[in-house]
Ligand binder design. Structure first.
Ligand code: AMP
Length: 198
């Protein structure tokens, strides 16, 4: 299986790249942000709890997220060749919980790909997106919180994957096609080296 993590600050383009990866490699796309927005739209108990954190740009508590994602990961869906995780894990605790979930299925993370974009560019992209996305968290105050949370809580988990030789950093201020090309090179390299594609 090919199990990828795409990690990047809000506005780095991880959602866009994930969609392209899904199409090319037939992976199941798991975006915790999307799953949470669906819960909110459906007025579920989880959605109600999560909404307060999302609106402020804070992380939703680990337990809620781990519970939500484990249901998706542990369900048997043989038609996929793996998963692409977009927006998860965002804390070290989530990263460790993810490893345990995959262990239950005799699987592993193949690669952790960090999409790097400078802060100024992120803010400008998110403000632009806010005009059309209708997302309540795409406004300047909340954007600043989200970027701070990313720096302090999410970026450091790269070290966890560096220690396992699974960390790749790519520059995200390129055309969508150029960024995607670099991602496909990483994936093809993994496949050539037979890294966790069994
Ligand atoms: P995103 O669409 O990935 O930018 O996520 C939107 C918001 O959902 C984030 O700002 C968080 O409040 C929440 N969220 C998404 N994924 C996670 C996660 N893995 N852990 C905690 N909170 C999350």
């Amino acid at each position: 299986m090919l199990n990828l993590i795409i990690c990047g600050a809000p506005g780095s383009g991880k959602g866009t790249q994930s969609e392209k990866i899904v199409e090319k490699y037939h992976l199941k796309h798991l975006s915790t942000g999307e799953l949470l927005r669906k819960e909110i739209a459906e007025n579920t108990e989880l959605g109600e709890k999560a909404e307060k954190y999302i609106a402020k740009g804070h992380l939703v508590p680990d337990d809620l997220i781990i519970d939500m994602i484990s249901k998706e990961i542990l369900c048997e869906e043989k038609r996929y060749k793996g998963i692409i995780l977009d927006g998860f894990p965002r804390t070290l605790r989530q990263a460790k919980a993810l490893d345990k979930m995959l262990q239950k299925k005799n699987e592993k993370i193949s690669a952790f790909i960090e999409l790097h974009v400078e802060e100024e560019e992120l803010i400008s992209r998110l403000l632009k997106r806010g005009k059309s996305s209708g997302r309540s968290d795409d406004n300047l105050d909340v954007i600043k919180n989200r970027l701070e949370v990313f720096q302090n809580q999410t970026l450091p988990i790269g070290n966890y994957y560096k220690k396992q030789d699974k960390y790749y950093k790519i520059h995200g201020v390129e055309t969508i096609e150029n960024v995607f090309k670099v991602i496909t090179e990483i994936v093809e390299n993994l496949e050539n080296n037979n890294i966790q594609t069994a």
